[in-house]
Design a protein around this ligand. Structure first.
Ligand code: GLU
Length: 469
């Protein structure tokens, strides 16, 4: 039997990191089993679906390493509406489902409780189809539904506690529970690996599989991803969109490594490992049952390590979207013609060791490309003190006299300027750095000045000096 798994997102918003993790787990499982990964877009909620979200899912998957063309699909749930209706009709004709026109108030009036489920009122009343008649599944009165779950063992649900749930609404449209089962069935899915939040649906869905006469799949319900307060990651509260991480400059390699560590770890106390190790070692049945903390700080640190491990040329390439701007990444503050690729290549190795996400490249190098630096006023006020004007004068004079404009000479020259005033290099550097780059922190100063060049450096220090008059 060929293993067939599916990833079945609903295109109702940005692509959630938890979804990306499920997709990767499905992807790896299929690969390990020599199976097939199917992508199905569950687009039946017309009010909430948008085509751009579907495109977002495809491109986010592509980015994370599940590339277009390397899986089966995408299929669209809406294209199978006929099959969903046919299955509902089969269940009705075989007596496994019945029509009901009770409102919630009707049920409450009968049961006297707000919280109880449906009471089975129409089970044997022979109501036929008609407007406003919902179709309900007749759950067995006895026995239990045992779900085989690769992560949880055999969760068991007593059938008498499962209400006769709705499978098609009053307008005849099948609900998610049924559509999802029918699609899995039609697509020959053997393993359903999905988020834990669907576990309560599973006994109902398994009953539908059985009622439709097909052997149910093996399930795996992966624990949810939570924030630092142990709350389920939510798009209203937390940064959850994979696209947001991508556009901030997380590397796909770091992101997918990190996502796979949510609730699982490779052998030997390692965390940062090549993808091939994860593909070899990952075991669904080793996934931890407790919810997994999505630690953005840790992800950031991870990303920094991945950035530092890149060959410089790859780092330079990886920075390009932030150096130019894209559809989703804001353009940098300089004009395209101001950019100098050689100057960038010269400072790239210095920046590579200092940034944790690629978008941070821009404030580190903008001084090189802008006609005049963007002055951070708070940094200016903090740094420019009594004596700064004279210090800058002396720095200009000393730099003008330099024969060779290189980092080492610049450093020893400025060190000497400071020494005359009894200042350490750090204190001497600070006003020069603010004058030239506009900031108090950044790339190593003397290498920066070397790349910026004599003329521009002197012009900037003189301009800063004038501001201090
Ligand atoms: N469309 C459902 C979701 O996004 C998929 C449920 C499933 O994987 O079975 O939650």
């Amino acid at each position: 039997m060929t293993v067939r798994v599916r990833f079945a997102p609903s295109p109702t918003g940005m692509f959630h990191v938890g979804g990306a993790r499920s997709a990767l787990q499905n992807w790896i499982y299929a690969k390990q089993q020599g199976g097939v990964f199917v992508l199905r877009i569950e687009d039946t909620d017309a009010a909430r679906n948008k085509p751009e979200w579907t495109e977002g899912i495809l491109s986010a998957l592509d980015w994370i390493g599940i590339s277009r063309g390397s899986y089966e699909g995408p299929y669209f749930q809406s294209a199978n509406a006929g099959e969903h209706r046919a299955a509902a009709a089969r269940l009705y004709e075989s007596g496994r489902a019945y029509y009901c026109d009770c409102t919630r108030e009707d049920v409450q009036a009968r049961t006297g409780s707000q919280y109880q489920g449906y009471d089975g009122y129409h089970r044997d009343r022979g109501l036929g189809p008609g407007p406003g008649h919902a179709l309900r599944f007749r759950t067995p009165d006895e026995g239990a539904t045992v779900v085989i779950d690769l992560i949880r063992g055999e969760p068991t649900f007593e059938n008498k506690l499962i209400e006769d749930f709705v499978i098609a609404r009053g307008d005849g449209s099948p609900v998610f529970l049924l559509a999802n089962v029918v699609d899995d069935m039609t697509m020959g899915i053997t393993h359903v690996i999905r988020a834990e939040e669907h576990l309560p649906n599973t006994p109902k869905q398994q009953l539908l599989w059985e009622a439709l006469g097909v052997k149910p799949p093996i399930w795996a319900h992966v624990p949810v991803v939570v924030n630092e307060k142990r709350q389920k990651l939510s798009k209203r509260r937390d940064k959850v969109a994979l696209e947001a991480y991508r556009d901030e400059g997380y590397l796909a390699s770091a992101m997918r490594n990190y996502l796979m560590l949510l609730g699982w770890a490779p052998s030997g106390d390692r965390e940062i490992v090549p993808w091939s190790v994860i593909e070899d070692e990952f075991r669904l049945d080793e996934v931890n049952l407790s919810s997994a903390f999505f630690d953005e700080k840790k992800l950031r640190a991870f990303n920094g390590e991945y950035i530092r491990a890149l060959p410089v040329a790859e780092f330079v390439d990886a920075c390009q979207p932030w150096l130019t701007g894209t559809d989703t990444i804001a353009p940098p503050p300089w004009q395209p013609e101001e950019f100098d690729a050689d100057a960038f290549a010269a400072v790239a190795p210095l920046a590579q060791t200092r940034i944790a996400v690629l978008s941070e490249i821009v404030p580190n190098v903008d001084f090189l490309f802008l006609a005049s630096p963007l002055i951070d006023e708070a940094a200016w006020t903090k740094t420019m003190k009594d004596g700064s004007a004279e210090l800058l004068d002396d720095a200009v004079a000393a730099f003008e006299a330099l024969e060779s404009w290189d980092a080492e000479s610049l450093k020893s020259t400025l060190e000497a300027v400071g020494a005359e005033r009894g200042l350490k290099l750090g204190k001497t550097q600070a006003p020069v750095r603010v004058a030239v780059t506009g900031r108090t922190v950044g790339l190593p100063l003397f290498e920066s000045l070397e790349v910026l060049g004599r003329e521009r450096t002197l012009t900037r220090i003189r301009a800063a000096r004038l501001r201090l008059v």
